[in-house]
Design a binder for this molecule. Structure first.
Ligand code: ZN
Length: 282
């Protein structure tokens, strides 16, 4: 549970007519990317959540989800709404009232149905977050879904094969001895990787095992991007500082010839403070 989670939200809509954009922008050459305009971030009078004994991982997760308007606005239950979604919605609604700190009892009771958890024990906010967004309606969970395509290129015959997968976050490892920024780490994450030796691929064209280049790129960016900084290596928590800006440009990580994407803006973070065994998530 030694991690740092950063939530970014896709900025306003890009339209194919340049009048909706700033003076310095040119209209995108291909298509239109629609993002709901009711997703604007607004400041609300949130009340706090009470820690009932190691429940900081849940409270931090609820507060970050509650800061996403599409989540905080899911008032009306639909046929697709799940039990988890009802409880999350009730909790987020409670946070929007004035008053003393709220105890999310029903969500605490729900955690053992989502992750391996014993009431009273600490748990991992990232694991809970992914379980929560997988157990709500498609309408809500798709906010977090992006699409990445992995392309394998044979070094011998240059033939390529591609595979596209849905993503829910980007997880990057933090090393102790490298003071790279978040953007530099993302460039590393998306940098083409050479697979050779025991990692070499069988090429159907060459009919033999060849070394290949593997490239991972976005074909669709998510509305809400979760970046997970993994700080645990061989049982040790890595305290290395990782610099990041409040605006993140995903354009360098898009597959060529795909429509341009809006920048992402920082909306919230969950930080684990302390050591591997003891700490608080906020
Ligand atoms: Zn080949």
């Amino acid at each position: 549970m030694c991690y740092f989670l950063i939530f970014f939200r896709k900025q306003a809509e890009i339209r194919s007519d340049s009048t909706s954009m700033g003076d310095n922008n040119t209209s995108p050459p291909r298509g239109t990317e629609h993002i709901a305009t009711d997703d604007s971030f607004t400041t609300k009078p949130y009340r706090g959540l009470r820690n009932t004994g190691n429940t900081c991982f849940l409270n931090a997760t609820i507060q970050c989800l509650g800061a996403i308007d599409k989540v905080s606005q899911m008032y009306s239950p639909t046929r697709e709404s799940t039990k988890t979604q009802h409880r999350l919605r009730d909790c987020v609604k409670e946070l929007q009232r004035l008053g003393t700190a709220y105890v999310p009892t029903h969500l605490i009771q729900q955690i053992p149905d989502l992750i391996r958890y014993k009431i009273g024990d600490p748990a991992d906010a990232h694991e809970l977050l992914i379980a929560l967004i997988n157990d709500v309606s498609e309408h809500v969970s798709q906010l977090f879904q992006g699409q990445m395509t992995s392309t394998i290129k044979c070094s011998r015959c240059n033939s390529t094969t591609s595979r596209t997968d849905t993503t829910q976050d980007i997880s990057v490892h933090i090393e102790e001895d490298a003071s790279l920024s978040l953007v530099e780490r993302l460039h590393d994450f998306f940098h083409p990787e050479t697979l050779e030796g025991t990692n070499a691929y069988w090429c159907d064209t060459c009919q033999k095992t060849c070394w290949v280049t593997k490239t991972l790129l976005y074909t669709r960016t998510p509305t809400i991007l979760i970046v997970h900084l993994k700080r645990l290596i061989l049982g040790k928590k890595i305290q290395q500082h990782v610099h990041f800006e409040s605006i993140l440009n995903l354009e360098p990580f898009m597959r060529p010839n795909y429509p341009p994407v809006p920048e992402m803006e920082l909306i919230s973070i969950i930080s684990h403070q302390g050591t591997k065994d003891n700490g608080i998530q906020q």
